[in-house]
Design a protein around this ligand. Structure first.
Ligand code: AMP
Length: 295
């Protein structure tokens, strides 16, 4: 569990229920802009923060965003300094804070991976027993690789094997290009991470509601609304092609023998789906973005 704050920032007494919801947002780094964009897409109307702003209000909801280092957010949430916060799951796990994950946010995807120099004989995580492993994630590494010797480093972890400090590293990877550039090869994933909304174990009702709104935005970003026209006799083939959770709506058109088909489809499938629908007889195909998906 993360240590209690040593008095510099005293946890406030529990906020009265009508007080504005305080949400911590990363003040810099790769999670800052997508987190603010999420507040935007959730309809909260965040005031655009200047580069040096420490906090900003939202126009459309009783929500105040506080800009805080992503690393500090789990502790701030645990101590009740804020009501909820957006940060990386890897950070939450590394800090060991006593908080609840309220929603997965679909950005900041990366994984905590073990990597070795390309020429190393080590092939998998089991082979790491007894090896010296450099990382800035000592807690997670100790938990997930209990048999290694930890070399605690802060920054430029990839250099440690080249400097002779370690046999392997454990670090965050997204595309893998930093590993390759540094002559390293991944030998296994310890944790998959993405940005998450966290709150205390008993969150305020409005924090739980906000989590639902965020989920509806995240789900909508991964989906598209598909509309097309088709001859009735192609309907079975077209419905068989359309994936997704809901049965498509089929509507009669003014032209006899023709119907319109509407459905929600996964965004990642669209490249495959549209040519297949056309080949099956669909015409006037429209694909539009969604803002929210609920229920
Ligand atoms: P930053 O403040 O830019 O160092 O971002 C830190 C957080 O961004 C990490 O804790 C991860 O949750 C997330 N992240 C996503 N991809 C990567 C990556 N390739 N390297 C480091 N952090 C990443």
């Amino acid at each position: 569990m993360a240590p209690e704050r040593g008095g510099r920032l005293r946890p406030r007494a529990a906020a009265p229920p009508q007080a504005r919801l305080r949400i911590a947002v990363p003040s810099k780094g790769r999670l800052r802009e997508p987190a603010i964009e999420l507040l935007h897409d959730a309809g909260l109307g965040p005031e655009t923060p200047g580069d040096r702003a420490l906090a900003f209000p939202c126009r459309n909801a009783p929500v105040e965003a506080l800009l805080v280092r992503a690393d500090d957010i789990p502790e701030y949430v645990q101590d009740g300094v804020v009501d909820c916060g957006i940060t990386g799951l890897d950070i939450v796990r590394e800090r060991g804070a006593d908080v609840a994950e309220l929603a997965r946010l679909g950005f900041g995807a990366c994984s905590l991976e073990a990597a070795v120099p390309a020429e190393s004989p080590l092939q998998d995580l089991r082979g790491l027993a007894g090896a010296r492993v450099a990382t800035s994630f000592p807690r997670l590494t100790r938990e997930l690789l209990p048999d290694v010797e930890l070399v605690d480093v802060h920054g430029s972890v990839e250099l440690a094997p080249r400097l002779g400090l370690a046999d392997a590293i454990v670090d965050l990877v997204s595309s893998g290009s930093t590993l390759r550039t540094n002559g390293l090869r991944s030998i296994g994933i310890l944790l998959d991470s993405e940005a998450v909304l966290i709150g205390p174990c008993e969150p305020r009702d409005d924090a739980t509601q906000l989590a639902g709104v965020f989920r509806s935005v995240v789900d909508a970003r991964g989906a598209r609304y598909l509309m097309l026209n088709a001859p009735e006799d192609a309907l079975a083939a077209i419905c068989a092609l359309v994936p997704g959770s809901r049965a498509p709506s089929v509507l009669p058109l003014a032209e006899p023998g023709m119907v319109a088909v509407h459905s929600v489809v996964p965004a990642h499938d669209v490249w495959r789906l549209l040519p297949a629908l056309e080949a099956a007889g669909a015409s006037s195909i429209l694909l539009v973005p969604l803002e929210r998906m609920l229920g």
